[in-house]
Design a protein around this ligand. Sequence first.
Ligand code: GLU
Length: 301
Amino acid sequence: MNIQRLFPLVLLLVVGLFAACGDSDSGTTSTPKGGGAVTTPTATATFPADSTMAAIVKKGKITIGVKYDVPLFGLLDPVTKKVDGFDVAIGKEIAKALGLKEEQIEFVEAISANRIPYLQEDKVDLIISTMTINAERKTQIEFSRPYYLAGQSILVKNDNTTIKTVDDLNGKKVCSVQGSTSENNIKAKAPRADLTSFTTYSACVSAMKDGRVEAVSTDDIILAGFASKDQSLKLVGGTFTTEAYGIGMKKGKTDLAKFVDGVLNAMMQDGRWEKLYTQFPGTAPGLPPASDAKAKVPASA
Ligand code: GLU
């Protein structure tokens, strides 16, 4: 056989060999071996070849939907273009448990109304976006165990003296967000409120600052995040619902839900949860210490 005709084939083999070495070094690829299991590059975790986890590891990337405008949970830094917060940090822990590096995480913005469609359309692998676990949503997606307990409250301007409780929202201009439990709770608990629903909470806060609405209502910790950055705002009315946050996954991906539960349970046992709480939600004024906040998180919802 003509050796020259073989040359491209040899070149391909050599390049392929180098590429394979490179991959195992950079930790992006894993090849099913023997029993078909997929081992992550750091060999910290082995997943059945047909599992959702193995598919993510093989893809070499995890896509996570988070908020981009919610202080303390998911907030985009306009300068660094990096998103940070409690939800983002939990996403990083899950990626690490899969054996992925931080560069292998793609964070995308998931506003409240997009969270379920993004999972259904495979636009994201996980939703970690201040999302309350409830029965209706459970029919559409899988949820992890709860990882944070919030409750709905009210944000007004410091000089507001007329809104003190959820009842006081009746007859007032109130802002909340489309596709949120907060929007539905206002309809149920203050049915005569003049409700405006925007796509984001930051848009609601801007509307209140402009005087277009008198109050913003959603989870206390979201409102506390806005109040901690703006001295002209205050929380009133205590909490009038319970909102247990869970991580959302596509319906049927029960293996991934079990894996994520394992990561969350470990984080709650080994001190990582407390560390992240202290770094993010725990910095808001009036929040309980980490041990008390953790004790409030229910084991299931
Ligand atoms: N936790 C509530 C929800 O999942 C309100 C916060 C939000 O919209 O992200 O709908």
